[in-house]
Design a protein around this ligand. Structure first.
Ligand SMILES: Nc1ncnc2c1ncn2[C@@H]1O[C@H](COP(=O)(O)OP(=O)(O)OP(=O)(O)O)[C@@H](O)[C@H]1O
Length: 588
């Protein structure tokens, strides 16, 4: 059996009870359906053909037939309910697993994959898997039982004629084999195009403001329509394979077997023991009942392919290596030491080389340098978002790998360059699910970051609703909120990646004062473009192309009269950092 299908089936095994009950109802319903024509055959041959209409016997046959039909309807209803229940539970579990895997994937995964493709796996692919349980398994089992029952009933009536009808089966198997070979690549392409459609949708929705500002609506619409068209063409190719291979071929086989049956009936009608007309009726009826399940089974193959390919995609995500949860949690004092740090995102181009520094609680290290010089990359390594390629990074003397990422991250307050705000209340955004942070603490940190007056003026205060991405806040307010969020849990280490980039000079001055307060007793690492905000840092590293170009305190660096001194003077005169020579975005 295909390993993906096998793995998918293990999910259903968690619901053995429902599965067994479903199969039981299915068997009962199928047997009731198969027994129907046998009663009709008895009615035709024993009563109608010989004009022996004994009312009691005929009524008993009619009641029996009706009872069987009712039993079969009830059985199919119950089994469909149970199989649907299994399908819903499996899909729900798979979705949860995919989501919980996705949020534990390392940052490098998101560098390589688009978020829309991930959404597609969580929604479309898990949905496609559902049909495996609802349509494929239920239907296949039902149809197999039905076929078996029909063949047994046929054998009871006339073994010779049954063998003629059974010739259908190898022919159908050959068609199924051919269908599988032709359709799998088409189904794979279709699903990956669907994923591409989702990625484009997601990207366009997120970048809507840029698209509209740059008047790119038409180009994006055209590109979307090209992928959509490709998806359509692939679907049509799949439908053509279905249309050509499934129903028409099976219908042809059916006609051939029917002709064979009639020929045998005609040949034997002149002989001493002719085939009874009731037997012929039952065979034609059974053949009709046999062909429908066969056609449905071949149609289910299409669904099976979809489920298999979707399963492959979902399992490939579930099997992605997750962030390591190993390590021994330790309450940190906040000492950080980095020795000879080296890193490359693609394994080819170095982004950091030989970076070393140490920060103790109460000290502040400032990282400055041109755009693309590697400052945020150092922050990412400190947060454990990427594994170290070279060098050593220790907290309180312990290598990060030994400590456990979750434990280290819990003790770091991080303010990112581009802070993210979740849809929900302001208080929820500040707490982010961390326990032990009461309202008084929230007001305290809001005061520290100069946001308390703004929150107080909101009608719902701390309970004010924030939109997705913090759209109802200004960029500066989002940054201040993120600063307050980082301080709320009283972290041992404070990391600020351009925390004051979006605030006005007055707020920046107040924040710098707040930071001077927040730094007490904490190890602080601050990335800054505005050098005025870090002049009192205990050490300043000036990075250039991933290397430390200059280091020291502000006064010493100014006295050196090097690159830092020139940058500082330029900024003091109001010049922009980016105008200082090194091209923006240059790879380190
Ligand atoms: N996820 C990533 N994948 C590949 N390359 C990256 C990634 N992030 C950053 N880089 C590259 O690494 C280099 C350093 O980037 P980094 O973000 O660390 O610079 P930075 O000094 O923080 O810049 P800025 O001041 O603009 O924030 C850049 O050349 C950038 O193109």
């Amino acid at each position: 059996m295909n390993p993906t299908v096998q793995r998918l089936l293990t999910y259903a095994m968690a619901h053995r009870g429902w599965l067994l009950r479903g199969l039981g109802w299915l068997l009962l319903a199928t047997m009731a359906e198969v027994a129907g024509p046998l009663l009709i055959k008895i009615f035709i041959d024993d009563h109608l053909a010989v004009r022996n209409m004994v009312p009691g016997a005929v009524l008993a046959l009619a009641a029996g037939y009706l009872g069987l039909q009712l039993l079969s309807a009830l059985g199919f209803y119950r089994q469909s309910l149970l199989f649907n229940r299994i399908a819903q539970s499996v899909v729900q579990r798979l979705r949860e697993q995919v989501f919980s895997t996705a949020i534990r994937l390392p940052a490098s995964y998101f560098d390589r994959h688009r978020s829309g493709a991930l959404i597609s796996r969580i929604t479309n692919d898990t949905e496609a898997i559902m049909s495996l349980y609802v349509q494929v398994i239920g239907q296949l089992v039902q149809k197999c039982v039905l076929l078996l029952g029909i063949l047994c009933s046929m054998a009871l009536l006339d073994l010779h004629l049954m063998l003629v009808c059974a010739m259908l089966l190898p022919a159908v198997l050959a068609v199924m084999w051919l269908y599988q070979r032709l359709s799998v690549p088409v189904v794979r392409t279709t699903r990956s195009l669907l994923s591409e459609i989702n990625s484009r949708l997601n990207e366009s929705l997120q970048g809507m403001a840029v698209i509209q500002a740059m008047v790119q609506e038409r180009r994006f619409a055209e590109e979307f329509s090209a992928v959509n068209g490709e998806h359509w063409a692939t679907r049509i190719r799949g439908l053509k394979i279905n249309g050509l291979l499934l129903r028409p071929l099976i219908d042809l086989f059916y006609m051939l077997v029917l002709i064979g049956l009639l020929a045998i009936y005609a040949r034997e009608s002149g002989q001493s023991s002719p085939i009874q007309v009731g037997v012929l009726y039952a065979f034609i009826s059974y053949l009709g009942r046999m062909i429908e399940p066969i056609i449905e089974m071949t149609n289910q193959l299409g669904q099976l392919q979809q489920s298999m390919v979707a399963g492959e995609r979902v399992f490939s995500l579930l099997d992605e290596p997750r962030e390591s949860t190993l390590g021994s949690p330790l309450a940190l004092e906040g000492r950080i030491s980095c020795r000879d740090l080296g890193f490359s995102y693609d394994g080819v181009h170095p982004v950091l080389e030989g970076v070393s520094f140490a920060v103790r609680p109460g000290q502040m290290l400032a990282l400055v340098g041109h755009t693309g010089s590697g400052k945020s990359t150092i922050i990412s390594l400190l947060m454990g978002f990427y594994p170290l390629a070279q060098g050593q990074l220790c907290f309180d003397g312990h290598p990060i790998a030994q400590l456990g990422l979750a434990s280290v991250r819990r003790q770091i307050g991080l303010v990112q360059q581009d802070p993210f705000i979740f849809a929900g209340s302001l208080a929820d955004n500040l707490r982010l699910g961390r326990s032990g942070i009461d309202d008084a603490r929230l007001w305290q940190v809001l005061e520290e970051v100069q946001l308390a007056a703004f929150v107080r003026a909101l009608p719902a205060g701390l309970e004010s609703a924030l939109d997705e991405g913090g759209r109802n806040l200004s960029a500066g307010q989002r940054q201040l909120l993120s600063f307050a969020r980082a301080l709320a849990c009283d972290p041992k280490i404070l990391i600020l990646d351009e925390a004051t980039a979006s605030v006005d000079s007055q707020t920046e001055a107040a924040l710098t004062a707040a930071l001077a307060c927040a730094r007490r007793g904490r190890a602080t690492i601050a990335v800054a473009h505005r050098l005025s905000t870090i002049v009192d840092a205990d050490e300043i590293l000036l990075l250039s192309r991933g290397r430390v170009q200059e280091r020291g305190r502000h006064e010493a660096l100014m006295a050196q009269g090097g690159h830092y001194a020139r940058l500082f003077e330029m900024q003091s005169q109001g010049a922009w950092l980016e105008q200082s020579g090194e091209p923006a975005g240059q790879r380190a």
